[in-house]
Design a protein around this ligand. Structure first.
Ligand SMILES: [Zn+2]
Length: 511
């Protein structure tokens, strides 16, 4: 059979709930998580669309959307407006949704994913819908409007994404930027971020991308394959799997000479398949028109400047700086900057270490790389392990940056061995405190008193004649055994390197 390979063309639509205190056009609380809230308890005549009420724009929602636009190097429509998008569905109490049609707040942005620049068509602001539940076995549905008219930022990309991995990475990086700038928590599992993908497969060389129209056009008399919209994606993993599944399904269908209809398909987590939800006939007519109750608005230079002031260092810039300034590997730099607050903690620890180095006779230039590496390792492996095990995060940490730095300094100076370091770290993680005090209280200091160590070594040599003789006859393993005996006798406090040296010296002298 002749197997054709196809170009994969993916575009994304990402809805995010920005962190505002109130809803988009009224003073009702914005509930980013509806969990545990009495249905229809945070509603008012404005968000329920009663006649005679007037919406008032939430300035904060505009500022957060513009800030996201600036972070993605988009252009800002400083003159903008809201439009009504008409459709009827019971989750929409007004029977229209207030959205933005031809003057979105942001247009022409971009986001770089592993060297591929993904063009962002627009980010606009709109209001969210309510939530419907359909009780099993009942002939009615329940409507909860707590979420209705909460602000929602919708980002749309050009159809330039080429793989499931790239789509997933785009959403992850967008989420990271939103969290860095405190625009949104954007937790997919909580519905605070909803990603939808549209995808089509086309024969190589038979299509082109018309940038002006933002659309895929056929070349010659080629007939484009239908575009499939993927919905019901509740995690990054689901996004990757749903797209991979669709690529396989469509490739198989096309190779069997089937046509791909334009349709909407939902991802089914249980079967790990997509299921047809509805086929799309012609494009919907939403009868957009400017909302007559909301005046167009202007973002003047002063306001824009104020918004721009919130544009902090973004993940890519931070990763580059962590590599350059502290000598972290790309892997470590990415891991340590994934969460802005972890990155901040790392920098506080390193800054404390720098102060320590300057007052303890070490040289920063030579010590810096090792200290940064120790810090990165203890945070990236041990601290993250505890976070995972206890389901906590950097916000709950009991170790201050100062104490963490002191702990790193103790290891740097070889004052404790690795077992003792783990004991101190566990205590620090659970209760905080001063690592030097913990080390002394638990008597974990390595023996740097030669007499004390010599006594133990003489004792071990006397008690283990067999192993001593084996070592004398060339068995290296025997020395390891003796080191172990000294470690045990010293309750783990002997410095292993020093122990080894002293054992060899003593055995040779007695030979
Ligand atoms: Zn309201």
């Amino acid at each position: 059979m002749f197997i054709m390979s196809y170009d994969v063309i993916i575009g994304l639509e990402v809805h995010v709930q920005p962190n505002t205190k109130s809803k988009m056009f009224c003073r009702c609380r914005n509930l980013n998580e509806d969990v545990g809230k009495e249905p229809n308890s945070t509603v008012c005549p404005i968000c329920l669309g009663h006649p005679g009420t007037l919406p008032v724009i939430n300035k904060k929602a505009i500022e957060l959307t513009v800030l996201a636009g600036l972070a993605l190097e988009g252009e800002i429509n400083t003159y903008s407006k809201f439009d009504r998008k008409h459709y009827f569905y019971p989750d929409l109490p007004k029977a229209y949704q207030i959205s933005q049609y031809d003057l979105p707040l942001v247009y022409n942005g971009h986001l770089n994913i592993d060297g591929h620049d993904i063009k962002i068509t627009r980010i606009h602001l709109e209001e969210d819908a309510g939530k419907l539940t359909h009780p099993a076995g009942k002939n009615y549905s329940l409507a909860d409007y707590n979420r209705a008219s909460s602000p929602l930022m919708e980002l749309v990309t050009e159809p330039v994404i080429k793989s499931a991995q790239e789509a997933k990475k785009f959403c992850q990086k967008y989420q990271q930027i939103l969290r860095y700038l405190e625009i949104a928590e954007a937790d997919m599992e909580k519905g605070q971020m909803r990603c939808e993908a549209n995808l089509s497969l086309q024969e190589k060389g038979k299509w082109r991308y018309d940038e002006e129209k933002g659309a895929i056009e056929p070349i010659g008399n080629y007939k484009l394959n239908g575009k499939v919209e993927l919905k019901n994606i509740n995690s990054f993993k689901a996004m990757e799997r749903a797209i991979e599944y669709e690529i396989r399904r469509q490739t198989e269908a096309l190779n069997n000479n089937e046509t791909i209809p334009q349709e909407t398909r939902g991802w089914d987590e249980d079967t790990q398949k997509t299921v047809s939800q509805r086929s799309k006939e012609e494009a919907n007519d939403y009868r957009y028109f400017p909302d007559p109750d909301i005046s167009p608005f202007v973002i003047d230079a002063d306001w824009l400047k104020k918004i721009r002031a919130d544009l902090v260092e973004l993940p890519d810039a931070k990763i580059a700086r962590f590599k350059k300034q502290y000598g972290f590997s790309l892997y470590d730099a990415e891991m340590l900057t994934a969460d802005k607050n972890v990155a901040k903690f790392v920098e506080e620890v390193i800054s404390e270490l720098r102060a320590w180095v300057n007052t303890n006779g070490h040289n920063w230039e030579t010590a810096q790389t090792k200290l940064a590496k120790l810090t990165g390792n203890w945070i990236g492996t041990e601290l993250f392990k505890y976070f995972n095990e206890t389901k906590t995060g950097i916000k709950d940490i009991k170790i201050t940056a100062e104490n963490f730095a002191e702990f790193i300094a103790i290891i740097f100076e070889d004052k404790v061995n690795s077992t003792a370091a783990q004991i101190i770290f566990k205590e620090l993680y659970e209760n905080g405190g001063d690592p030097s005090d913990i080390m002394k209280a638990k008597k974990l200091e390595q023996m740097d008193n030669d007499d004390e160590l010599s006594d133990i070594i003489h004792e071990v040599i006397a008690k283990n004649e067999k192993a001593v003789n084996e070592f004398k006859s060339g068995k290296e393993n025997a020395l390891q055994f003796l080191v172990g005996q000294v470690m045990a006798a010293s309750k783990g406090k002997a410095n292993p390197q020093k122990t080894k040296e002293l054992l060899e010296k003593n055995i040779k002298n007695n030979a």
